[in-house]
Design a protein around this ligand. Structure first.
Ligand code: BMP
Length: 213
């Protein structure tokens, strides 16, 4: 995955036409495309391969099952061109390890989630989830741009693992705050794909990030 703009596009649109329109407009401003269930369910899993022709694809299936099923899910995503996957950590070490093995390390583990409800159940165990990501050899963690102070704290636990950080824009977080706190990349969806001018919206984020790196 490139580390040029430090922006990951969360492509949560629900048609192939919208996906191609948005990616066509912003591909020079993003380092990777994150695909989640809405687009994959709407269009079909072959969208993973199609989008991987533009940029590295992170498959955000929030994988959260027993090790055997986790492995099967990751194999399906990787065989369609995913460069990395996102899994939950609360399923335990064996389940996360199954993802890491199947994705050859290219796994990001969700820690504290960015939305208000993320404080309820994920926040109290986020430090342990980050430590788990580190101990099983994951590539990195997902940590909230809505709470930059948590990025700072989680960074201390994972050392040099990568942090990808959602919650910028529509959820209230600021790109520059997240990067300054220690995120390697910001993840941005609605602020870009709901804009009437996605390219300008993405370029503004890139400029904001550049000012702090
Ligand atoms: P948006 O910028 O539109 O709020 O989208 C955020 C994206 O990041 C969504 O794809 C969502 O699934 C993801 N995400 C999140 O918002 N918070 C988390 O804690 C973890 C996520 O993966």
């Amino acid at each position: 995955m490139e580390k040029k703009t430090r922006v990951i596009l969360a492509l949560d649109v629900t048609s192939r036409e919208d996906a191609l329109r948005v990616v066509g407009a912003v591909k020079d401003y993003v380092d990777a495309i994150k695909l989640n269930w809405p687009l994959i369910l709407a269009v079909g899993p072959e969208i993973i391969r199609e989008m991987s022709g533009f940029k590295d694809v992170i498959c955000d299936l929030k994988i959260a099952d027993i090790p055997n099923i986790n492995r099967l899910i990751v194999e399906q995503a990787v065989s369609r061109g995913a460069s990395a996957v996102i899994c939950h950590g609360f399923t335990g070490e064996d389940s996360v390890r199954a993802c890491v093995e199947a994705a050859k390390g290219q796994v990001f583990v969700v820690t504290e989630m960015s939305h208000p409800g993320g404080k309820q159940y994920t926040a109290p165990v986020a430090d342990r989830l980050a430590a788990l990501a580190k101990s099983v050899g994951a590539r990195g963690i997902v940590a909230p741009a809505t709470r930059p102070e948590r990025i700072v704290a989680l960074r201390k636990i994972i050392d040099n693992l990568e942090i990808i950080s959602p919650g910028v824009g529509a959820q209230g977080g600021k790109a520059s705050d997240a990067i300054r706190a220690g995120a390697d990349y910001i993840i941005v969806g609605r602020t870009i794909y709901e804009s009437t001018d996605p390219a300008t919206a993405a370029r503004k984020l890139v400029d904001e990030v550049k000012e702090v790196v």
